[in-house]
Design a protein around this ligand. Structure first.
Ligand code: AMP
Length: 178
């Protein structure tokens, strides 16, 4: 199944937290198909907290959405996210934005993510990697949702590329020591 995930961090070494999270997804067997640029973003809601770094990744996995949620929550815990971080600063936050064109409303899970179309920090990176993806409940493409968004919080695309270590690169590095 094709997923779009949103990742954000505004505590500690933000770039590193995001790289570790993408690496952990890959180590768990999730194929990372595409990653957006990094974006520096103004906090939405509680403004008295540091700015976030955000990105969106396209991923492919045989996990169903509930299993994907279990995995991202395990990764959040492993990367040191505490349960009291909700709404405030967090070392890592991972959300499922879209799971193909599935619509899910369970106690644990709402897909498409309910605030996807209201947040520039999600819409801009998502448009960068998949402008034609469809939000199935609204029946609209991401590029059109972005045009309609009334969110005026600041989202700055960073020029420095997002880097993380793929398993192949990790092996190459290990082998260099052998
Ligand atoms: P947050 O603190 O913002 O990461 O929210 C985490 C909570 O949102 C968890 O209890 C999840 O069960 C719930 N949740 C509902 N829908 C989603 C989704 N699409 N992606 C991630 N978490 C979700």
């Amino acid at each position: 199944m094709r997923y779009f995930l949103s990742l954000g961090s505004n505590l500690g070494r933000r770039r590193r937290n995001l790289a570790r999270a993408v690496e952990a997804l890959e180590l768990a067997g999730i194929a990372i198909v595409k990653t957006s640029s990094l974006y520096e973003t103004e906090p939405v809601g509680d403004k008295e907290q540091p700015w976030f770094l955000n990105l969106v990744v396209e991923a492919s996995s045989s996990l169903d959405p509930e299993e994907m949620l279990d995995l991202i929550q395990t990764i959040e815990r492993k990367l040191g996210r505490r349960s009291d971080e909700r709404g405030g600063p967090r070392s890592i936050d991972i959300d499922i934005l879209l799971a193909e064109e599935k619509v899910i409303q369970s106690e644990r899970l709402t897909i498409p993510h309910p605030r996807l179309h209201q947040r520039n920090f999600v819409l801009q990176p998502l448009e960068e990697i998949s402008a034609e993806a469809v939000q199935p409940l609204l029946g609209m493409k991401i590029k059109d949702l972005r045009t309609l968004s009334t969110d005026n919080s600041v989202v700055k695309k960073l020029r420095h590329p997002f880097r993380y270590r793929t398993p192949a690169r990790r092996n190459a590095k290990t082998q260099a020591f052998l």
